[in-house]
Design a protein around this ligand. Structure first.
Ligand SMILES: [Fe+2]
Length: 197
């Protein structure tokens, strides 16, 4: 409990008796496992590596037949999906705008981001962006399940990352008190490219 208070006061990490090393996988629901596996292979080159399939949920024991597919996103990262044919059709949080909840994947440079946009559009997928975020540029699109996806290319400098870390705590404190967007990092949102005639 003492550690939790330290963490809250500083905005930093608490000292804990264990270490989380990385995201192991993230899992979302899909409408159709095969459609999803094929779509991610075709659009983003993700490799389908393995499936879990049972009639009972391992963690709860509940009867709920499922197909759980795992995709290699590169760099040791894994995204997984569940198809649940016995459940009502999947929906979305109706009170959260469609742009909020999303998964972002990284590409190495702007050439890759541009090539990805062209590839996706050639497949008939609507793509938004590139959008400038100061330390990265992003494109956005949706998968067949309605999950919003982002491809991001980092463009930030070490000085910019250091500055953002410096103001992160004050920004959170200000937001927490006012619920108004703090302006410490306003430069993130002004695309220098947009200022050039
Ligand atoms: Fe994002």
């Amino acid at each position: 409990m003492a550690d939790m208070r330290v963490a809250e006061a500083s905005g930093g990490a608490a000292t804990l008796p264990f270490t989380v090393t990385r995201i192991h996988h993230v899992a979302y629901r899909c409408r159709d496992a095969k459609e999803t596996v094929d779509w991610y292979a075709r659009t983003l080159g993700f490799r389908y590596t393995n499936a879990f399939a049972e009639d009972h949920v391992p963690s709860t024991g509940a009867y709920d037949p499922y197909m759980h597919v795992f995709l290699d996103c590169g760099g040791g990262n894994v995204i997984a999906f569940f198809e649940l044919p016995n459940q009502p059709e999947m929906g979305k949080d109706p009170n959260t705008p469609a742009w909020v909840q999303h998964l972002a994947f990284e590409v190495p440079d702007m050439a890759a981001l541009t090539a990805a946009k062209a590839h996706l559009e050639a497949l008939g997928i609507d793509v938004l962006g590139p959008t400038y975020h100061g330390i990265f540029r992003s494109i956005y699109f949706f998968d067949p399940n309605g999950h919003r996806l982002e491809l991001a290319c980092n463009i930030g400098t070490p000085e910019q990352y250091a500055e953002l870390e410096r103001v992160a705590g004050p920004m959170l404190d200000e937001w927490s008190q006012t619920k108004q967007a703090p302006t410490h990092a306003q430069w993130l949102h002004v695309d220098p490219g947009s200022l050039v005639e």
